[in-house]
Design a protein around this ligand. Structure first.
Ligand SMILES: [Zn+2]
Length: 285
């Protein structure tokens, strides 16, 4: 297959592969299903690639992954006797779980890619995988792809590194600019700067798209704290001023504002509330 990823998403996956610190369990969420699939394959290639600069996508191992017949990369398919894309617990046990602790065939790692994992794996199957997720054999990599990590069991999710793909064209140029101004307000020493930028957003749709753009920047900042570098100037601004926990708090407050926006909320009240949240998070000692 061909890897089709937005540049920033590809960079994020490659940076993780090169860091040599790929976690045992990764959840790839957001983006569209083709992108999630590409990201999973790229990450799998990164785990088995024979070259220094992983994944090279041209060595023998990488090519086998791309062509879908690497003996250490497994993509469990739904059970044939069941409808609607489910892998039965029995098939999971018989066809995959039993072999997970056996050494890789030729690579230094074994990779399992569970596509549409929330549909493929029911609760019983996720629970069956949990023991392996908690105490993974060396060089075993689980990749779950799905629309939202929230649809996986919390016990699985909490042990996984969650990679959130940036969505295509979810933000337009204007929203980017507003997000940039908001970042200026967040990192500013003067509280008024932030309030001014927020109150300038006079309609719901504009506020929604700007906060969405801001969330994407904050997510990139969060990735930065996990060792994933970026060239994005706005993100650099944020990471100079904030730390990991503040960034998470900002993402949560922004998410709360976005869900309030779906209700019949008073815009001015919402903006004032959000401004005070940002202030509290950013300026608290
Ligand atoms: Zn390679």
């Amino acid at each position: 297959m061909e890897i089709k990823l937005q540049q920033d998403n590809e960079q994020m996956i490659r940076a993780l592969s090169r860091s040599g610190r790929i976690p045992h369990t990764v959840i790839i969420e957001s983006g569209d299903s083709g992108e999630r699939e590409s990201a999973a394959i790229l990450l799998a290639a990164g785990a088995v690639c024979e070259q220094e600069d992983r994944p090279c996508l041209s060595c023998k191992a990488c090519r086998k992954v791309l062509e879908g017949f690497h003996p250490d990369v497994f993509i469990p398919e739904p059970s044939k006797n069941l409808k609607s894309g489910i892998l039965s617990l029995k098939d999971l046990r018989d066809d995959y779980l039993a072999q997970m602790s056996i050494k890789p065939n030729e690579a230094s790692a074994k990779v399992y890619i569970f596509r549409d994992a929330d549909k493929l794996l029911r609760e019983d199957s996720q629970n069956a995988l949990l023991k392996t997720i908690e105490e993974p054999p060396q060089n075993l990599l689980f990749i779950f792809t799905l629309e939202s990590a929230k649809n996986m069991l919390l016990t699985v999710r909490s042990r996984a590194r969650i990679i959130t793909l940036r969505r295509t064209s979810s933000t337009d140029e204007e929203s980017e600019q507003v997000a940039r101004a908001l970042i200026g307000g967040i990192v500013s020493l003067y509280e008024y700067d932030l309030l001014r930028e927020l109150t300038a957003l006079s309609d719901k749709e504009k506020l929604r798209s700007s906060l969405t753009a801001l969330t994407e920047k904050l997510r990139l900042a969060l990735a930065f704290y996990s060792g994933i570098r970026t060239d994005d100037g706005d993100v650099k601004k944020l990471t100079r001023k904030l730390d990991r926990s503040r960034t998470i708090a900002l993402i949560e407050a922004t998410g709360e504002a976005l869900s309030k926006l779906k209700t019949n909320v008073n815009l001015q009240l919402l903006v004032t509330w959000l401004s005070s949240q940002y202030r509290r998070i950013t300026w608290q000692k």
